[in-house]
Design a protein around this ligand. Structure first.
Ligand code: AFP
Length: 355
């Protein structure tokens, strides 16, 4: 029995009443929670609910869609369309933004989301999640694509749902990062993680090391130093995790610290990284920064990036402050040519590490 039992609605009223659009934003986040509950129920049924397997359709990312991708997207779109609190939505699963039109009521916000993050894990019954970002809509009229292209620092709210052994909803409205656990018996999200703070230091990194040969030298340097452990310049051993669900990685980092990296790589020069700015990097960056962490491309704060496309990709290095600062410093040294270690034959064209 969780003592206190502050519900999501009570928390939102306490934290948003009296702020501009506060009541509407609180109502919108309650709508998000409703969509999350529907997706949690679908996800928990696994193959029994037709949520596994693959469809014969491909999304705008060129990825084969899973039934739960489509069902989750529909849950969010329907919830936002009926809620009357957004003027338009954009989704990883939809080529173009979707404006809310009559007979549905338009509201003062835009919702951008990845309805199901970590889809490749569904059939393996590994935790997946949803990620959302809330921006202000234009004062009047139907939002155009350009209205969505606001930097991450313009977000009024952001968060994620994690469909794991428990269903969690982690949100920020700009005054800290807070976690709620779904009490399935009463169908309410209960505040269980108030004002989460990420430890500034960590000995745990998360990166897909199968891409090592494509990394830039500062990333290679950082990861090699972690792997060298006690025998190397860090003088302590590190641990590695890679779940391939960003939501699960970020949640672990919120709880015990860590650094998550999906850096720029030259695997596909047309893609400056795998993760998408508008509905993965930006919302997760707001969550992480509000919890005292940092989120960078390696060369600039992610929430300062001015978007140019809804589905644009971006390098992501986020988590424990002191480790992200170290990786950013390594990028600065590399870019300015001030660090001799990059002169090492290890980093030459024909050396062990192609730069
Ligand atoms: P999917 O939703 O297509 O499974 O991608 C998940 C993701 O966007 C992010 O959640 C993971 O951190 C990352 O991709 C995993 O990428 P790799 O499959 O290259 O490890």
């Amino acid at each position: 029995m969780h003592l206190g039992r502050t519900t999501l609605s009570k928390f939102l009223i306490e934290n948003l009443s009296g702020t501009p659009d506060g009541a509407d934003l609180a109502a919108l986040l309650v709508d998000v929670a409703a969509a999350v509950k529907a997706i949690a129920a679908l996800s928990a049924r696994g193959a029994l609910g037709g949520a596994t397997g693959s469809l014969d359709t491909v999304n705008v990312q060129g990825e084969t869609q899973k039934p739960l991708d489509v069902l989750s997207n529909t849950a969010f779109v329907n919830t936002f369309q009926l809620g009357g609190l957004v003027a338009g939505v954009a989704s990883e699963e939809m080529d173009d933004p979707f404006p809310i039109r009559a007979p549905h009521k338009r509201g003062p916000f835009l919702a951008i989301f990845d309805p199901l993050d970590g889809s490749s894990n569904i059939d393996g019954n590994v935790s997946v999640g949803s990620i959302f970002s809330i921006l202000r809509a234009p004062a009047k009229g139907e939002p155009q694509t350009a209205d969505y292209l606001q930097s991450g620092s313009s977000q009024v709210a952001a968060g994620y749902a994690l469909y794991g052994p428990a269903t969690l909803l982690v949100i920020t409205v700009g005054n800290g990062t807070h976690g709620f656990t779904l009490d399935r018996e009463i169908g309410n999200f209960i505040l269980t993680h108030r004002d989460i703070k990420i430890p500034a230091d960590t000995s745990e990194f998360a990166i897909n090391t199968s891409n090592e040969r494509f990394w830039e030298p500062p990333v290679t340097r950082y990861i090699n130093e972690c792997k060298a452990g006690k025998t190397g310049p860090r003088e302590r051993d590190f641990n590695m995790r890679w779940i391939a669900s960003m939501v699960a990685e970020v949640h672990r980092i919120l709880i015990r610290g860590g650094i998550f990296m999906y850096p720029r790589d030259n695997k596909d020069p047309s893609k400056p990284g795998r993760l998408r700015l508008m509905y993965e990097a930006n919302p997760m960056s707001m969550i992480v920064e509000q919890a005292g962490g940092l989120s960078s491309t390696g060369r600039e704060r992610i929430m300062d990036v001015v978007p140019t496309q809804i589905h644009q990709r971006i390098p992501v290095i986020l988590g424990s402050r002191n480790e992200v600062e170290r990786v950013v410093h390594y990028h600065q040294q590399f870019d300015s040519g001030t660090d001799q270690s990059y002169k090492s034959p290890l980093f030459s064209e024909r050396g062990l590490y192609r730069s």
